[in-house]
Design a protein around this ligand. Structure first.
Ligand code: BES
Ligand code: MN
Ligand code: ZN
Length: 498
């Protein structure tokens, strides 16, 4: 999808679909967008009681003319609602425009950026671009043939017009596109089935990023993990035929700046192991690598943007969790990286075992100023927060503040849950230092309390994305399937790090 900022007046711009955005007017007043012809059409629709500019409301028409006066085959007006529009309103409106384009098979779009009080032109451009790129995403790799009538439209090119604000809009569009394209990279990885996207693919992808952006990339294979005594990843991997990988990717500014460590759960398929999951919905467990996907995709954005205030290191422990003959058994005791022992009472609580190795290793090796891990860790977070907010657990209020702000700005909201000694106590074992599960109570918190044992005093935050990595709140720019959640949040966190 080609995105450009144009300065040709919208009336002269050739496109398959020109899109205008309008705020809902006062009671008896039609909404308007400062284009005489479009406003006349809105006025008639308003008088007929068909269009008031409510959020998400649309008016589609086919303008008369020979293509000279108004160069658009179709004109779409999208309502922004009554409330003062914010970043999320604009993203959603752009998503609505894309949905219309796909339906009408429009290939070239023109978006006429609205002027909005409280939002600068660059921010509007940023959110329009995000909505367009995220909303236009489809995963069609495994569709061998499309019935002709049902073949979805494919948007080729999107132009943005914002009058005198072209330079600011261009800056914003660039930011929005970078973040949204990174999120689509994560969606691509997650959409791949587990028989394609194996731990080896994480390793390959990491090496590819290193080549493209000059990162350092080290991949720990099984032998290296044995040497380092990473009993968590190795234990979880025992029942699988696919070798495990630990991908370590380093972006360095070359200056004396703090390091942010990102860790993502790369469980390419979670059958539960010997504590086997029920059959219903098990296919969704190919998405159990969404944390790892988010972290690597965020590194792609880091490579594009080259932040100056931060070094960023990403670690993705990757393996399957399978019940093969060598599989770890309930009751087994393993030794994590760093020497802590864990009684594995449920082999389906595997994410914390692989993350524990990665966190302990990453913190020891890179001495980060802050650590953020992303993981589809517990079904319990879905019980608690549903599919609308990612669970956030942390030992550091300052980091929480940064993350909450990034969540708000990116439209990927977080909700903090507590950590406390009482929860940590629940994870003590009678035969080992820790056990990997307790009773079901407070499942998301005890999962995080387990991880906390491996981060020491380093400021750390755990994002439980089990409810948001897929089936995320339905929105015009979030398709069914994996959402790419976490990527834009991380990009936002890194961009605003001071
Ligand atoms: N990957 C799952 C968590 C999950 C469940 C993510 C449903 C998305 C949807 C994780 O490895 C898991 O199985 N967790 C267990 C932990 C339990 C055994 C303590 C769970 O949530 O049931
Ligand atoms: Mn599991
Ligand atoms: Zn899992």
């Amino acid at each position: 999808m080609k995105l450009t900022v144009v300065q040709t007046a919208p009336q002269q711009c050739k496109s398959d679909l020109a899109v205008y955005f309008v705020r809902q007017g006062e009671k008896k007043k039609a909404p308007a967008c400062h284009d005489r012809e479009v406003d006349a059409m809105i006025g008639r629709a308003f008088a007929a009681g068909d269009f008031a500019g409510k959020e998400g409301e649309t008016l589609l028409y086919y303008p008369a003319g020979d293509g000279k006066k108004n160069g658009a085959t179709r004109v779409l007006v999208v309502g922004l609602g009554k409330e003062q529009p914010g970043r999320e309103t604009v993203r959603k409106a752009a998503g609505v425009a894309v949905a219309c384009a796909v339906k009408t098979k429009a290939v070239r779009l023109l978006l006429v950026a609205p002027e909005l009080a409280g939002m600068k032109a660059d921010e509007i451009g940023e959110c329009l671009a995000e909505g367009v790129v995220l909303g236009g995403y489809r995963f069609l790799k495994y569709k061998s043939r499309q019935e002709d009538d049902e073949a979805p439209g494919r948007i080729d090119a999107v132009s943005f017009y914002s009058g005198k604000d072209a330079a600011a809009t261009r800056r914003g569009v660039r930011l929005g596109r970078a973040a949204a394209e990174a999120a689509c990279v994560a969606r691509d990885m997650a959409n791949e089935p587990a028989n394609f996207w194996t731990p080896g693919h994480f390793a390959e992808y990491g090496k590819g990023l290193a080549t493209r952006y000059g990162f350092r990339c080290k991949v720990l294979d099984k032998a290296a993990m044995r040497k380092l005594k990473m009993g968590g990843v190795l234990g979880v991997n025992q029942g699988s035929d696919e070798p495990p990988q630990m991908v370590v990717l380093e972006y360095r500014t070359g200056k004396k700046v703090p390091t942010l460590l990102l860790v993502g759960k790369g469980l390419t398929f979670d059958s539960g192991g010997i504590s086997l999951k029920p059959a219903a919905g098990m296919g969704e467990m190919k998405y159990d690598m969404c944390g790892g996907a988010a972290v690597l995709a965020a590194m792609a954005a880091v490579g594009e943007e080259r932040p100056k205030r931060l070094d960023v290191v990403a670690i993705v422990p990757a393996t399957e969790n399978m019940p093969g003959p060598g599989a770890i058994k309930p009751g087994d005791v393993i030794t994590q990286y760093g020497g802590k022992t864990v009684e594995v009472l449920n082999t389906d609580a595997e994410g914390r075992l692989i993350l524990a190795d990665a966190l302990a290793y990453g913190i020891e090796k890179f001495k980060p100023a802050a650590v953020v891990d992303l993981a589809t860790l517990t079904g319990a977070v879905i019980v608690g927060l549903g599919h609308h907010r990612t669970g956030l657990l942390s030992n550091d209020d300052k980091l929480v503040e940064r993350l909450l702000a990034a969540g708000e700005r990116s439209g990927e909201p977080l909700w903090r849950l507590p950590l406390a000694p009482e929860y940590s106590k629940q994870m003590k074992s009678t035969v080992a230092d820790l056990k990997n599960v307790d009773k079901r109570d407070a499942g998301t918190i005890t999962g995080a309390a387990f991880l906390q044992e491996f981060v020491g005093k380093t400021p750390w935050a755990h994002l439980d994305i089990a409810g948001t990595a897929w089936d995320f709140t339905e929105k015009s720019y979030i398709p069914k399937g994996p959402s790419g959640v976490g990527v834009r949040l991380l990009v936002e966190l890194i961009r605003n790090w001071r």
